[in-house]
Design a protein around this ligand. Structure first.
Ligand code: MG
Length: 204
């Protein structure tokens, strides 16, 4: 697949774009100073003698300029309405990429062991429970002297639950497990045991 086709494949896929952008920017920065030997982008193309960017580097520049225009001044990378919903596979891919920024070599490194990742996940479940404790105080009329805001607490609970899932995915990765496959298998196992009709299927 050519560099141009790869860039086209990123269109609308903000998860993949987030992973690919650092590499694209690195190539772009190299192309800023001189048209590189094109090894990183298209393999063995001789740079034009007049100093203009080669075909691939030129397309990368154009793609990045279009990206700048799309993001505007906000720099937002939020997916637009109608974007593809998150999947466990999306989470696993981006989560792995980001975890390696803090823990190079993850999941095969010795920086954090399984107990460290498990502890981190459990810490987040505790934080979620603490938010629910405050929600229960509101629900039961025991707010005390400090007023609580339900909207703020709901946002806080969403944040903590997200942390739990993110760490659960990393803990699974540490042991070479796929969280999405694990959830499907366990959900269906319990449904079958209880003779309930609800089942999860692997998406195409
Ligand atoms: Mg947290």
């Amino acid at each position: 697949m050519s560099a141009s086709d790869k860039l086209k494949a990123l269109k609308g896929n903000y998860t993949l774009l987030a992973v690919a952008l650092p590499q694209i920017v690195a190539v772009m920065e190299a192309a800023e100073s001189h048209c590189i030997d094109c090894g990183p982008c298209n393999g063995g193309v001789t740079p034009p003698e007049d100093g203009s960017p080669c075909w691939s580097c030129g397309h990368i520049r154009a793609a990045l300029a279009a990206l700048d225009e799309q993001l505007g001044d906000s720099g937002s990378t939020s997916p637009p309405e109608g974007a593809t919903p998150l999947t466990f596979a999306d989470l696993a891919m981006v989560n792995l990429s980001r975890a390696r920024r803090w823990h190079p070599g993850f999941p095969d490194d010795d920086d954090w062991n399984g107990a460290d990742w498990s502890n981190a996940m459990c810490g987040e479940t505790g934080e979620a429970a603490n938010v629910v404790k405050k929600l229960r105080r509101m629900e039961t009329g025991h707010e005390g002297t400090r007023p609580l805001d339900e909207t703020v607490l709901h946002k806080a609970l969403a944040d903590e639950l997200a942390d739990v899932v993110i760490y659960a995915d990393l803990l699974a990765a540490k042991y070479g497990l796929d969280l999405g496959i694990a959830v499907i298998a366990k959900f269906n196992e319990v449904s079958e045991r209880q003779e309930f009709p609800e089942r999860l299927a692997v998406s195409a």
